[in-house]
Design a protein around this ligand. Structure first.
Ligand code: FES
Length: 126
C-alpha cells in the first residue's frame, strides 16, 4: 500500500484530484530505520491524475489507472529529489540543476541535463 508522504495516511485513488501531484511512499518505512534515507531515495513516488485528453504520450494511458500515473521522485540526472510541480503544464522541476520533466508526456525531459531514463551508471551510483 502507498501512503501520502506528507500526511502519512493511506492513499486511495479518489484522494488524488485531477491535476494535483501527490508525493507517495510505500507503507511501513519509518524515519527511525537506520537506512530510511537510502530507502526513501529509492522508493519515493510522484502520483498525478491527468485527464486523458491532457496526456500527450498515449502509451501513458496503458500504465495509468483512472488517469493516475506514477513516476519516481528521483531526478534522472544525478538523483536529487524532484519537488516542484507546475499544475498548468504538468511539468516537474528538479531544484539541483533545473531539469524539467513533462509528466503528461511520459516524463519527457523538456529542459536541463536530466536523462530520458536513468542510465546504468546512475543506477550503480556512478
Ligand atoms: S540532479 Fe536533477 S537536474 Fe541535476
Amino acid at each position: 500500500m502507498l501512503i501520502n508522504q506528507n500526511t502519512q495516511q493511506p492513499l486511495r485513488p479518489e484522494d488524488i484530484q485531477v491535476g494535483s501531484l501527490t508525493f507517495a511512499m510505500p507503507e511501513g518505512m519509518k524515519e527511525e530505520d537506520h537506512d530510511f534515507q537510502n530507502q526513501i531515495a529509492k522508493a519515493a513516488l510522484m502520483l498525478v491524475r491527468l485527464r486523458p485528453e491532457n496526456i500527450k504520450d498515449k502509451k501513458e494511458l496503458d500504465w495509468s489507472v483512472d488517469g493516475i500515473v506514477a513516476f519516481s521522485k528521483i531526478c534522472t540526472h544525478v538523483g536529487c529529489p524532484i519537488n516542484l510541480y507546475e499544475q498548468q503544464t504538468h511539468h516537474v522541476l528538479c531544484p539541483c540543476h533545473q531539469s524539467t520533466f513533462d509528466l503528461s508526456d511520459g516524463g519527457r525531459v523538456v529542459f536541463g541535463p536530466g536523462r530520458p531514463r536513468p542510465s546504468a551508471a546512475a543506477d550503480q551510483g556512478q
